[in-house]
Design a protein around this ligand. Structure first.
Ligand SMILES: Nc1nc2c(ncn2[C@@H]2O[C@H](COP(=O)(O)OP(=O)(O)OP(=O)(O)O)[C@@H](O)[C@H]2O)c(=O)[nH]1
Ligand SMILES: [Mg+2]
Length: 196
C-alpha cells in the first residue's frame, strides 16, 4: 500500500453519495472532540487533510479517504458532546447510524476514547453496539500525551473495566501529538483488513 497515494474521495451527507465498490473500509467512531480527524491525519502522514477543531462538532459528514485504491479510512461525525444540542446532533448522527448499520464495505471499526475521561453512557452504548455487530474492532485510547506513564496505565485499566472489555480485545494507546501507537494501529488495521 502506497501512503503517498491518498485522497479525500468523497464527503457524503447522504447515504446515496457513498462510493460504490468493494474496497474494504475501517471507520473511526467516538465522542466529538476525542480526536478522530486528528488520528486520521496522523495515520495518513498529512497535517490537515481531515479537518479538525478544538470545538466539538467539527466533522458533520462521512468522509472517505481512499488509500492507494486498497482501503478506505472513514472519518465520521462524533456523538454526545454536552455543548452540542440533541437537535443539532440529530441531523448528522443519522448518517453515522446509516453508515454503521448499512455499509457492506465496513470491515473494521475503531472506537476512540479519550484517556482522561471515563467512558460515558454513549460510549458504553457504542461499544455494546459494535460488539453485537460482530465485526472486528479496535479500541483506541487517544491523547495519551496528556498524561504521564502511571496515570496512563491506571486510566487504561479503568476504561477496560468500565466497558467490560475482554482480555483479547485490541487496545492501542495513541497520540496524534507525538505519534504514539501509529505503527501498532497500522499493523492491526492491515492485518484485520488483510492488506499489505
Ligand atoms: N494533546 C492532544 N490533542 C489532540 C490529540 N488528538 C486530537 N487533539 C485535539 O483535540 C481536538 C479535537 O480533535 P479532532 O480531531 O477535531 O476531534 P474529532 O473527534 O474529529 O471531533 P468531531 O469532528 O467534532 O467529532 C483538537 O483541538 C485537536 O488538536 C492528541 O493526541 N493529543
Ligand atoms: Mg472530526
Amino acid at each position: 500500500m502506497n501512503l503517498n497515494n491518498i485522497n479525500l474521495e468523497m464527503t457524503a451527507g447522504r447515504i446515496d453519495q457513498f462510493p460504490i465498490d468493494e474496497i474494504p473500509e475501517i471507520a473511526f467512531v467516538g465522542r466529538s472532540n476525542v480526536g478522530k480527524s486528528s488520528l486520521l491525519n496522523t495515520m495518513m502522514n498529512r497535517k490537515s487533510l481531515a479537518r479538525t477543531s478544538s470545538a466539538p462538532g467539527k466533522t458533520r459528514t462521512v468522509n472517505f479517504y481512499n488509500i492507494d485504491e486498497t482501503i478506505r479510512l472513514v472519518d465520521l461525525p462524533g456523538y454526545g458532546y454536552a455543548s452540542v444540542s440533541k437537535k443539532q446532533q440529530g441531523s448528522w448522527l443519522k448518517i453515522v447510524d446509516e453508515y454503521l448499520t448499512e455499509r457492506e464495505n465496513l470491515k473494521c471499526i475503531a472506537l476512540l476514547l479519550d484517556i482522561r475521561h471515563e467512558p460515558n453512557t454513549a460510549d458504553k452504548l457504542m461499544f455494546e453496539f459494535i460488539r453485537e455487530m460482530d465485526i472486528p474492532h479496535i479500541i483506541v485510547i487517544t491523547k495519551a500525551d496528556k498524561l504521564g506513564k502511571n496515570a496512563q496505565i491506571k486510566n487504561v485499566g479503568l476504561i477496560r473495566k468500565i466497558l467490560g472489555m475482554d482480555k483479547d480485545d485490541n487496545v492501542v494507546l495513541f497520540s496524534s501529538l507525538n505519534k504514539t501507537g501509529k505503527d501498532d494501529l497500522w499493523e492491526m488495521m492491515t492485518e484485520i483488513l488483510g492488506v499489505e
